[in-house]
Design a protein around this ligand. Structure first.
Ligand code: B12
Length: 235
């Protein structure tokens, strides 16, 4: 255990080691209380106190949003809570992101992912949670929103040099559009270069295998695990 002490030019001395946990705890609490303003304020306080922005995301926000996901799956909270927690996470990340240095971004960047909900489908809550978790885990994520066509997915992925296309679908009627994304990747000769991973309520591992997806995740945690594996074994 060591203590980090910052001495400012005006003589102010700050013991960051002991304060750090307090700032991280404030961030966690704001997410667990679904508190958008609280999360923004906690992030501002942490950044002005000099808390490491990467730590703030990885050790403050990420575990909290993971816990929110678990509580939802255990039926302990309702959907609006997940939405508010996700909004709170967005608000905090907006404050924290500019404080991450270019070097840190490069050092911790695991890869680039383009994410969206497939054509015909406007469900976005799960996709937003996955986006947050991927960002928290060190991915650069470009969110194309909802109702995204196969062509748009692939065009953007090519533009930004993405490693991964992540497709979300919440309806059995829109699941076939995931296959179109995979076919478009193949048509453009990008198979193996851009990996496609799929997920969402009705999507199963069997379905992912049937359509030839490179990866499948049942929740946001698995999405991070799969995305990490896929970028590690990229051709
Ligand atoms: C909220 C909701 C809505 C909201 C969406 C609001 C929004 N901004 O997103 C509104 C009211 C707009 C809506 C509309 C509709 N809905 Co709706 N909706 C739901 C509901 C209640 C919750 C979905 C949700 O957000 N879950 C919470 C999130 C956190 O979970 P998740 O999305 O599954 O995501 C997790 C995982 O799946 C995974 N994941 C998600 N995406 C990805 C992607 C990748 C790559 C990976 C690895 C993992 C991953 O990680 C996430 C986090 O753990 C579901 C019922 C249900 N129980 O699922 C119905 C449901 C999905 N809806 C349904 C329907 C039919 C519709 C409508 C057609 C209704 C209508 N008649 O108008 C329209 C759709 C219009 C359209 N074109 O899309 C049906 C679909 C039936 C089916 N089997 O196809 C459902 C299942 C309800 C039902 N039982 O009938 N809906």
């Amino acid at each position: 255990m060591f203590t980090l002490i910052l001495i400012y030019s005006d003589g102010l001395i700050m013991d960051l080691g002991s304060d750090m946990e307090e700032y991280l705890e404030k961030l966690r609490k704001a997410i667990l209380n679904f508190d958008v303003d609280g999360a923004r304020e906690a992030a501002k306080e942490a950044m002005s106190a000099g808390v490491d922005p990467v730590k703030a995301i990885e050790e403050g926000l990420a575990p909290a949003i993971r816990e929110v996901g678990d509580m939802f799956h255990r039926d302990e909270i309702f959907l609006p809570h997940v939405v508010m927690a996700s909004d709170a996470m967005t608000a905090a990340i907006e404050v924290i992101e500019p404080h991450i240095s270019k070097e840190d971004l490069e050092r911790t960047k695991k890869g680039v992912a383009v994410i969206g909900t497939v054509e015909g489908d406007i469900h976005e809550i799960g996709k937003n949670v996955v986006t947050m978790m991927l960002k928290a885990a060190g991915f650069e994520v470009i969110d194309l929103g909802t109702n995204v066509s196969a062509e748009k997915f692939v065009e953007k992925a090519k533009d930004v040099g993405a490693d991964i296309i992540a497709c979300s679908s919440l309806m059995t009627t829109t699941m076939p559009y995931m296959k179109e994304v995979i076919e478009e990747v193949e048509r453009q000769g990008l198979k193996g270069k851009i990996k496609v991973m799929v997920g969402g309520g009705p999507v199963t591992r069997d379905w992912a295998e049937e359509i030839g997806a490179d990866g499948y995740g049942k929740d946001a945690d698995e999405a991070v695990k799969v995305a990490t594996e896929l970028t590690e074994k990229k051709e």
